[in-house]
Design a protein. Structure first.
Length: 215
């Protein structure tokens, strides 16, 4: 199995959707889909955002090393959008047998199976990963990101979202987009744990998932 044959699939579902109204669910799904569309700029390909079972959704990533960035950007977009509810995120790493038509309703392969099974087994967790080449290091990164990212406030998520979309952007650039001061951006990014996120994303991107099955 070569590195080129591995992909990532993120499967999620909205948390406590039965207690939410239709407007909240629609707004949450639209936020997730909007983030997936925006990620085409970052990843260079269509993530094929697919909604299923009312409160479930799924995206596909050609490069498994972009899965953490995609997850964090989707989560930041959701938290930055007013009147939404949270979602769980299950990342599955593995080969793809077939993508089928767009969207992913008839797609198949180990990455899809692993992602779905991971979501089913998550329990109270909100973010998890499994699959080919996943080690305790990637699991630790995901645990760290879950602890930090699900605590973002809406203003923090707005700043993190813009940074993830354009990592080279300066604080002045982000401040101009948000209409706030550079000092306010600095506080938001620091409060959102940007230094830890930078280290986590860099380590995740550098990992070789083609090392084989999880030990």
């Amino acid at each position: 199995m070569t590195k080129a044959s591995l992909s990532a699939v993120i499967t999620g579902d909205l948390i406590a959707s039965r207690k939410a109204d239709d407007a909240q669910i629609a707004r949450s799904m639209n936020a997730l889909q909007g983030a997936a569309i925006a990620l085409k700029i970052v990843t260079g390909h269509d993530l094929r955002f697919t909604r299923f079972r009312g409160d479930g959704w799924q995206v596909y990533l050609q490069n498994p090393n972009t899965a953490l960035t995609a997850t964090l950007l989707m989560l930041a977009t959701l938290k930055a959008t007013e009147n939404t509810i949270e979602s769980r995120f299950a990342i599955g790493i593995g080969p793809i047998t077939a993508l089928g038509a767009n969207p992913l309703a008839d797609a198949s392969g180990a990455a899809f199976e692993t992602s779905g099974a991971t979501l089913d087994d998550m329990g109270k967790n909100k973010l998890d990963i499994a699959g080919v080449g996943v080690t305790s290091s990637q699991e630790a990164i995901i645990t760290l990101c879950e602890h930090i990212a699900f605590g973002w406030t809406a203003p923090q998520a707005q700043a993190i979202k813009l940074w993830l979309m354009a990592p080279a952007a300066t604080q002045d650039d982000i401040a101009a987009q948000l209409g706030i001061s550079r000092q306010a951006v600095q506080l938001r990014l620091a409060g959102a744990g940007k230094p830890a996120m930078m280290a986590a994303i860099a380590a995740f991107k550098a990992h070789s998932f083609d090392a084989g099955p999880t030990p």
